[in-house]
Write a protein that binds this ligand. Structure first.
Ligand code: A2P
Length: 274
């Protein structure tokens, strides 16, 4: 099950998130995930677990080409040369010849270096070291700026997205511009969102778990969720969301949860994580 990116490459419709996992946990979780059928693995330099992810990929029962590995540039490595160095460091820790998707983790607008960073990303893509390039936590204005200055559009914008923070306007803008929406914290971090009566009622009606209902909601919005789980049973459940669907009326009920809790993570306009 894949979605076609605007650069012509397919990306799996759902993946495994690995934050917060250390190297050992990530190695174990990714190994198990691949055996269950996960093909997209999402990590980042700042998670501190690229070596664990890479070890699991190296040991995986499937060929490298079957897997789609995403990593992200940490904020302290914005700028052209620093970004190229940051990529090489990630690639070395992962032990990979190439990554499938490389993302700018945060725009850090106050430093105003993300356009230079994006030029480095374009270079990495031209070299085939990053097969696809995208961004995370960017606004439409920031995406238009990097695309306008380089002529190369990010294929993905990975943003916080869950029923309590549904990002309707941003998703519509992505769809209009051919940018795939990838959802971080798709389960709202396993919070009380999963106990909301709307979700538990739908779970009962479909004979599914609340997590499965929420992940199905993402798929039907054409977003790519990357739920994190280190628990083998929840990892299995989270992948089993391709054999049922929510009706329009059920999707509308899910919409009533928007703004329930709102944002849980950093605000891209002000986030200064290095
Ligand atoms: P665990 O690793 O013990 O499964 P998010 O991806 O939105 O950040 O959510 C991740 C959190 O939700 C983790 O704490 C994870 O814990 C938990 N989680 C993952 N899958 C499920 C699920 N299907 N139901 C409930 N909680 C889940």
């Amino acid at each position: 099950m894949t979605v076609m990116l605007s650069d012509g490459r397919p990306m799996p419709r759902l993946g495994l998130g690995t934050w917060p996992m250390d190297d050992g946990e990530a190695r174990q979780a990714v190994t198990h995930a691949v055996s269950l059928g996960y093909r997209l693995i999402d990590t980042a330099a700042s998670y501190g677990n690229e070596a664990g992810v890479g070890a699991a990929v190296a040991e995986a029962s499937v060929a490298r080409e079957e897997l789609f590995v995403t990593t992200k540039l940490r904020g302290s490595q914005h700028g052209y040369d620093a970004a190229l160095r940051g990529f090489e460091e990630s690639r070395a820790r992962l032990g990979l010849d190439y990554v499938d998707l490389y993302l700018i983790h945060w725009p850090l607008p106050r430093r105003d270096l993300y356009t230079e960073t994006w030029r480095a990303f374009v270079h990495l893509r031209e070299q085939g070291l990053a097969r696809s390039i995208g961004v995370s936590n960017f606004t439409p204005e920031q995406i238009e700026r990097v695309a306008g200055e380089t002529g190369v559009w990010p294929v993905v914008n990975q943003v916080e997205l869950h029923p309590g923070f549904a990002q309707r306007d941003l998703r519509a803008w992505h769809a209009e511009h051919g940018v795939v929406t990838e959802s971080w914290s798709p389960l709202g971090r396993g919070s009380k969102l999963l106990d909301e009566p709307v979700v538990t009622d739908l779970a009962a009606a479909h004979g599914r778990t609340p997590g499965q209902i929420v992940l199905r909601w993402h798929l039907q919005l054409a977003a790519v969720p990357i739920p994190k789980s280190a628990n083998p049973e929840r990892m299995r459940q989270n992948l089993e969301v391709f054999d049922f669907s929510l009706s329009d009326e059920e999707m509308a009920r899910m919409e009533t949860l928007d703004d329930r809790g709102g944002r849980m993570g950093g605000d891209p306009e002000t986030h200064e994580e290095l």
